[in-house]
Design a protein around this ligand. Structure first.
Ligand code: ZN
Length: 469
């Protein structure tokens, strides 16, 4: 009987024909440490085989000489439009999540994208958008008046809390915070939302209250959220550590590392650029911004719509108008230190709007692989891929992603390690990365022979399941 069962099982395996086979590639799976030439069989949207044996497929692509890696997971992608998803895909990203600002209301946001997205998508329940709705702020992505200029009433605070909780019930992947954009928010409002995240066993993704070296500065701000995490039991992810930390980044990493050694679940991320970007109309540019940001000047600001550097006059004009501005303020050695630190994940913080924005939206992943791995040897290829795949998958709670293993979702990025590089610049951010010829999402090619595939929408909404009290 036993013999029969084995023979019965073995026969169809020998005859197996996979939907797609990626043949002869160098498979790198940071979750298991595998780095070897393998054939990858894909069926029904899943990885069905990773084998040194030859595999039969209805479609077979020879990827000899190329790296076959789990698709990259971007925890911090404000761009959640078809335009942005195309640039993400060409940069090797198969899942783009809006975790910092988050969204609200959550359910319609997912519904609008389901079946219509090139790559996988997801978001946190956003404190900022919930607050903007309750307090009738007229801002767009970020608040610009009511939610930032006045105190919330106790009734409003209660409504914001209930709305954020509703977002969690609707499947959001955590709670998103932009404390720096609402400087009047009381610390108790933040603490209560950390408790809410803890009650739902999920994570707070936070842009901390202050950036830069001048007290109350970034050290104070990071201590606030570490204390809130410790006091409530919430897990915590601090976004873009370099753009808030500037030259204080090593101190912040020391705080995070020490917290982790004491069993707090705290993580962080960085993008590989020496400039940040945000809305010029936001509270980041309230009076005193130059000193607060460690001596940043008007000339360090670059208006995204035109690429021009600002003056005191154009600063006033554009601040009234509102719009994205790059802030050239992060020292290169700080970028390299964060990108290379084993604790720091890679995340883009990117958004493109009709081709305008920060190059990080289009080039973050290829830039780390080309510039920091290949050219500067700042970190190994395995280490870089770990920061782009299994680390963000575990942070976001995506059990079937970030792995190149049998049974995982077939989100796969194939790139040429000798060639991969970003091409997006501050002057021309809407340029696809180079050297990433194949990208699959749920087993479907979205990039093939270096070209975006039209008419395919394999992306799915990533929702949190379970743990809802
Ligand atoms: Zn931010």
């Amino acid at each position: 009987m036993k013999y029969f069962a084995l023979a019965f099982l073995a026969a169809p395996m020998l005859a197996q024909t996979y939907d797609v086979v990626l043949a002869n590639g160098r498979v790198i799976d940071p979750a298991s440490g595998l780095d070897a030439v393998r054939n990858v069989g894909i069926s029904n949207g899943h990885i069905a085989a990773v084998s040194s044996d030859k595999l039969n497929g209805r479609t077979v692509v020879d990827v000899a000489g190329l790296v076959v890696a789990p698709g990259f997971i971007d925890l911090h992608s404000h761009g959640q439009t078809p335009e942005n998803y195309a640039f993400k895909a060409r940069d090797g990203v198969t899942t783009a999540l809006e975790m910092e600002v988050g969204v609200w209301p959550v359910a319609p946001w997912y519904q609008q994208r389901e079946g219509k997205a090139l790559i996988n998508f997801g978001a946190t329940s956003g404190h900022l958008p919930a607050r903007m709705a309750v307090m009738h702020d007229t801002g767009g992505l970020l608040p610009r008046d009511a939610a930032t200029n006045r105190d919330a009433t106790p009734e409003e605070v209660r409504q914001i809390y209930d709305d954020v909780e509703q977002g969690l019930r609707d499947g959001a992947l955590g709670i998103g915070f932009g404390i720096a954009y609402i400087p009047k928010v009381r610390r108790e409002e933040i603490l209560d939302l950390f408790q809410l995240a803890a009650n739902h066993k999920t994570t707070c993704y936070v842009h901390v209250r202050h950036g830069g070296p001048v007290e109350p500065g970034v050290e104070d701000a990071v201590q606030e959220v570490i204390a809130d995490a410790a006091a409530t039991g919430s897990s915590l992810h601090i976004v873009h550590i370099t753009s808030v930390g500037l030259r204080q980044t090593p101190t912040l990493l020391r705080m995070i590392r020490g917290s982790r050694e004491r069993r707090l679940d705290i993580t962080t991320e960085a993008y590989p650029y020496t400039a940040g970007m945000t809305d010029l109309a936001s509270a980041i540019f309230n009076p005193g911004w130059q000193e607060a940001q460690g001596g940043t000047t008007f000339h360090d600001l670059q208006w995204a719509a035109t690429g021009e550097r600002l003056t005191p006059e154009t600063f006033e004009k554009y601040r009234k108008q509102g719009g994205m501005v790059a802030i050239h303020s992060i020292p290169e050695e700080i970028v390299r230190l964060a990108v290379a630190d084993p604790m720091v994940m890679i995340a883009s913080d990117g958004i493109l709007d009709h081709g305008k924005g920060h190059p990080r939206a289009a080039g973050t992943y290829a830039r780390v692989l080309g510039r920091y791995v290949r050219e500067q040897h700042a970190l190994s290829l395995m280490e870089a891929l770990r920061k782009m795949t299994i680390m963000p998958a575990e942070r976001a709670g995506l059990a079937n992603k970030g792995r190149l293993q049998t049974g995982a979702d077939a989100d796969i990025t194939v790139f040429d390690p000798a060639r991969v590089i970003d091409r997006a610049t501050f002057e021309q951010p809407a340029q696809y990365s180079d050297g990433i010829p194949y990208v699959l999402v749920n087993g479907v090619f979205v990039v093939r022979n270096n070209e975006l595939q039209s008419g395919v929408m394999p992306g799915r909404g990533m929702r949190r399941t379970g743990n809802n009290p």
